[in-house]
Design a protein around this ligand. Structure first.
Ligand code: NAD
Length: 397
C-alpha cells in the first residue's frame, strides 16, 4: 500500500534503538476523530518500539471541541504548537451541533487556519485498491485492476479564498458572487511538487483544468507547460475537468499523478475515493515546502469527515488514519522502515479477513471468510502484524 510514492529528497532518519523522539501534534477533533486518532497513536507507539524511536505527543483541541471550550476553532497558541511540531495528525472536525452556515465561528476554520498559517498549499491523496476489497467497490472488478494514482490538489488558492459577496437583494432578485483568482506563483509551486512526485512514481502527470472556459485555467495550463520543460523525463497531458471526471470511473487505472486547482481537486478526489470501497480507507497529507530536521512539515488526516452517526461506538474504520500515520512516518519523519511496516501490517490484516462494518462483504460467501471487528479490533489486528515483515518478528493476531 505505497500508492503515494516517495518525495524526492526526503531524508531517512536512520536512527536505531534509543533514537530520536519526534514531536507530533495530535488533533483528535470531533465525532469519530478521537476513535481513529486513538487507533493510529497505538500503531505509531508500537512502530516506535519496534524501530527504536519515541514520539512526544502534544494534544491540541481544534474544531467543534475548541469552539465549545474556547469560543474559536483554533487558538493562536495551538497553531503555534502545530508550527513547532515535526508533523500533525488530525482525525476530523465538525458535526451537526456546529453546522449553522450563518455562524461566524465554524469548525472548518481550524483547517483553513492550519493550511494558511503553516503554508500547506498542496493536498495529496493516494488512491489504490487493496485486492481483498475489490468486491466492496461499486465499480466492476476489471476496471480496478492496477489502480494506483496520486491526486495533488492546490489547497490555498482559487474559489475558496477569492473575494465573494453574499446574496443581497429582495427575494426574486437576489444575487451573490464568488471569484476564482490564481497567481503564477501559486500554480508554479504546486505544479513543481506534482512533477517531483511523478518522478518518484511512473513519470506521468495529468494536469486538470477548464481552459476552454476559464481564464485562470488558461494561466494554469500555460504555467504547467512552462515548468514541464524542467522535467523532460515526465510525460504531461492536459485534461478538461469534465472529461477527467468521466475517465476516473471509466478507466481509473490510466492515471498516475493528477494535479489540479482547489475546487476541481476537492470534487475529483472525493469521486476517486469511491474506488477504494469505503471513505474509511483513504489517507491524505497536506504539505508545503517547509522542512524540519527530519523531513517535510505536514498535516496528515483521513479523507473522511467526523461521521457523527457512528462516533464513539467502536464502528469507525481506522485504516484511513493509520495509513495517514504511515505517510507521516515516511514524509515528515523519514522513517521509511516504520512506514513500510505499518502499510504491510494493514495489508496483512485485510488479507487475514478482518473487516470493519463499512468493509463488510455483501456476498455471504465472501463474508463467511471474514471476521467482523470494530475500531479497536482492527487496530489490534494491525498492531499485531507490525514488524512481521523485513525480518522483524511480531506477535500474530
Ligand atoms: P463523513 O465522511 O463524516 O461521513 C459520510 C459517511 O461515511 C457516513 O455514513 C459515515 O458514517 C461514513 N464514514 C465516514 N468515515 C468513516 C469511517 N472511518 N468508518 C466507517 N464509516 C465512515 O461526511 P459527512 O457526513 O458529510 O460529514 C460529517 C461532518 O464531518 C460534517 O460536519 C462535515 O462538515 C465534517 N467533515 C469534516 C472533514 C474534515 O475534518 N477534514 C471532512 C469532511 C467532512
Amino acid at each position: 500500500m505505497t500508492a503515494e510514492g516517495g518525495l524526492p529528497g526526503s531524508p531517512d532518519a536512520g536512527a536505531g534503538a534509543g533514537g530520536p523522539a519526534y514531536r507530533l501534534v495530535a488533533i483528535h477533533g470531533d465525532g469519530v476523530g478521537p476513535d481513529v486518532v486513538g487507533a493510529a497513536k497505538r500503531v505509531l507507539a508500537v512502530a516506535g518500539a519496534r524501530f527504536g524511536f519515541d514520539i512526544a505527543w502534544t494534544d491540541v483541541v481544534a474544531g467543534g471541541a475548541a469552539i465549545d471550550a474556547y469560543g474559536v476553532a483554533l487558538r493562536d497558541e495551538d497553531l503555534a504548537a502545530c508550527a513547532a511540531s515535526d508533523a500533525i495528525l488530525l482525525g476530523a472536525v465538525g458535526g451537526p451541533q456546529w453546522d449553522d452556515p450563518k455562524a461566524t465561528v465554524r469548525p472548518e476554520q481550524a483547517l483553513f487556519a492550519m493550511r494558511g498559517g503553516l503554508g500547506l498549499f498542496a493536498n495529496l491523496r493516494p488512491v489504490s485498491v487493496h485486492p481483498a476489497l475489490v468486491p466492496a467497490s461499486p465499480l466492476r472488478p476489471e476496471l480496478l485492476d492496477g489502480v494506483d494514482m496520486l491526486i495533488v490538489r492546490e489547497l490555498t488558492g482559487g474559489l475558496y479564498f477569492g473575494a465573494r459577496t453574499e446574496a443581497t437583494g429582495a427575494p426574486g432578485a437576489r444575487a451573490a458572487s464568488d471569484t476564482l483568482p490564481y497567481t503564477e506563483g501559486e500554480v508554479a509551486r504546486v505544479a513543481r511538487l506534482a512533477f517531483d512526485l511523478a518522478r518518484g512514481r511512473r513519470r506521468r502527470l495529468t494536469s486538470v483544468d477548464k481552459a476552454n472556459v476559464l481564464a485562470t485555467s488558461r494561466l494554469w495550463r500555460t504555467v504547467v507547460h512552462e515548468i514541464a520543460a524542467e522535467y523532460p523525463d515526465v510525460a504531461l497531458d492536459d485534461r478538461l475537468v469534465d472529461a477527467c471526471a468521466m475517465q476516473l470511473v471509466r478507466a481509473p487505472a490510466s492515471f498516475d499523478v493528477l494535479v489540479t486547482e482547489n475546487l476541481f481537486g476537492d470534487i475529483l478526489s472525493d469521486e476517486a475515493s469511491v474506488l477504494a470501497g469505503s471513505l474509511g480507507m483513504l489517507p491524505s497529507a497536506s504539505v508545503g515546502t517547509r522542512r524540519t530536521a527530519h523531513g517535510l512539515h505536514g498535516l496528515y488526516e483521513p479523507i473522511h469527515g467526523s461521521a457523527p452517526d457512528i462516533a464513539g461506538r467502536d464502528l469507525a474504520n481506522p485504516i484511513g488514519t493509520i495509513v495517514s500515520a504511515a505517510m507521516l512516518l515516511r514524509w515528515s519523519l523519514g522513517r521509511t522502515d516504520a512506514a513500510d511496516a505499518v502499510e504491510a501490517a494493514v495489508s496483512g490484516a485485510l488479507d487475514a479477513g478482518f473487516r470493519t462494518a463499512d468493509l463488510w462483504p455483501r456476498d455471504p460467501a465472501l463474508a463467511e471468510a471474514c471476521t467482523r471487528v470494530g475500531t479497536v479490533g482492527m487496530a489490534d489486528a494491525i498492531v499485531a502484524r507490525i514488524g512481521e515483515t523485513g525480518g522483524i518478528t511480531g506477535a500474530a493476531a
